[in-house]
Design a protein around this ligand. Structure first.
Ligand code: 5GP
Length: 114
């Protein structure tokens, strides 16, 4: 947990452009944006991957999506649309082992992903 980069952002040990915060959730702009709007939405609880989720996390996971919709509206991308993605482990492309929902928008997304 000591090497959890996002915990350092939660604890304000490293700076981030925070756009949303509740007792349970934090959202901030991705340092290397892959779209005009690229925001990471994370639980404050340290959970490494989707594989580590338990039944008790269900409500919090729902809140990540509610936050995504609220932030998308604030960012002005709700009507045109956007993508939310959560990567898991190596094949999923996960680099930071603290679960996070990517909110991506402001341009046309391709499908399927590469
Ligand atoms: P993953 O590949 O794990 O799904 O996504 C990790 C994301 O975290 C990447 O999009 C990467 O750009 C972002 N990221 C990595 N380090 C930092 C950081 O220090 N600050 C912020 N704001 N984003 C970061």
């Amino acid at each position: 947990m000591a090497d959890d980069l996002f915990l350092k952002i939660i604890n304000r040990e490293i700076p981030a452009d925070i756009v949303y915060e509740t007792d349970e959730i934090l959202a901030f702009r991705d340092i290397s944006p892959k779209a005009p709007v690229h925001i990471l939405i994370i639980p404050k609880e340290h959970i490494k991957t989707i594989n580590d989720l338990e039944a008790g996390h269900a409500e919090m996971i729902g809140k990540l999506f509610l936050a995504a919709a609220e932030i998308a509206a604030k960012e002005g991308i709700a009507e045109n649309g956007y993508r939310v993605v959560m990567n898991c482990n190596q094949h999923g492309g996960q680099a930071v082992y603290h679960i996070h929902l990517h909110l991506l928008g402001g341009r046309q997304m391709g499908w399927p992903p590469g």
